[in-house]
Design a protein around this ligand. Sequence first.
Ligand code: GAR
Length: 189
Amino acid sequence: MKNVAIFASGSGTNAENIARYFSKSETVKVAVVLSNNKNVGVHARVNNLGIPSFVFSREEFVEGTPVLAKLAEYQADLIVLAGFMNKISDALLKAYPGKIINIHPALLPKHGGKGMYGMHVHEAVVAAGDKESGITIHYINENYDEGDIIFQAKCDIVPGDTPETLATKVHALEYEHFPRVIKDVLDNL
Ligand code: GAR
């Protein structure tokens, strides 16, 4: 059995979708969810599926040690960032080389970097007048949104699209592709 640890900061619809996808798997388990915020939807979503969740402060994520201890406790093989808004510590990068992946709600290398998360990304894409957007699943390295790209999928932006309608399209791509790509990454670990 390979264990996945999901890091999430918000509503957690991707975390729930990933957890449901693997809920009957005999080879992959979403073992634990870690968050920097106790007041967000991800906890109820995954706790309802029997998955424990824990909260660490920004400082603890940056320092790394308590987070590493929790990951060791749940024997994490892969860390999946699903709407996680903190920077990943050097300690974590060292402990999980090539084993931390993120989903970004746009087509990197466009519209990435510090401060580009969630609706901010969709607002920037619409403001730029882009004709398409999508998702990028990529490895994490020491710079925001610059790790090697594993997978991208695109959607069209049509006249009348707003950041909100674009977010809905991008979320649909996330739900369709992210769990399958996680499985591929795990198969190649
Ligand atoms: C997702 O769209 C994800 O791509 C994005 O946050 C959203 C989380 O939604 N991540 C980033 O912007 C990272 N830079 P969710 O909490 O409903 O899964």
